[in-house]
Design a protein around this ligand. Structure first.
Ligand code: HEC
Length: 157
């Protein structure tokens, strides 16, 4: 009986979702919690769509701000050498946090990326302290621009 109800619920959710074309993330999240397998089928394309969009927006900001003058990032087709490479940045961020010499306040990779962009002086990567092209702060960007930059870099594996 419970199964039947869940099935009916998922069909109803699917119908509303599929017909309207947009599913609010909150609805999907609630759905995922209630009926994992049924909802997963409709949640996946939505989630993918959202992440591709964030990635593209991140790339747009990355290019518009010329991050690539100093950083290498293959998906953005940049090859800057004044700063550390952004390829594999998801792993690099974790490595920085585990480094006993880390002086910043972040405790997750996302926080580390945000801190690096907003207050780069909180921690200078080894070997760059005397750089003639130091990392500038991008605190003047909008919160949304910072979010998509962090998203982009946090997904470089
Ligand atoms: C003028 C050169 C320059 C520009 C432009 C620049 N950076 Fe940097 N960046 C650096 C240098 C040098 C470092 C290493 C020193 C440090 O940690 O501050 C760095 C470090 C970083 C780090 C930490 C990397 C690591 O390996 O831990 C991140 C993240 C970062 N930059 C993001 C960005 C983003 C995003 C942009 C564009 C919005 C940008 N940078 C633009 C020079 C630059």
């Amino acid at each position: 009986m419970i199964r039947l109800c869940l099935l009916a619920l998922s069909v109803a959710l699917c119908l509303t979702g599929c017909m309207s074309g947009t599913i609010e993330p909150s609805v999907v999240m609630t759905g995922v919690a209630m009926v994992p397998t049924a909802i997963a089928r409709i949640a996946t394309p939505t989630a993918l769509h959202a992440s591709t969009e964030q990635m593209e927006q991140g790339l747009r900001v990355y290019r518009a701000q010329y991050c690539g003058v100093c950083h290498q990032l293959s998906v953005a087709e940049t090859a800057g050498q004044f700063g550390p490479s952004h390829d594999g940045m998801a792993w690099t961020a974790q490595t920085r946090l585990l480094n006993p010499a880390y002086t910043g306040n972040a405790s997750t990779p996302d926080e580390y990326l945000r801190e690096s962009i907003l207050t780069p002086e909180a921690y200078i990567v080894d070997g760059y302290a005397l750089s003639s092209h130091p990392m500038p702060s991008y605190a003047h960007l909008s919160p949304k621009e910072i979010d998509v930059l962090v998203y982009l870099l946090a997904h470089q594996r």
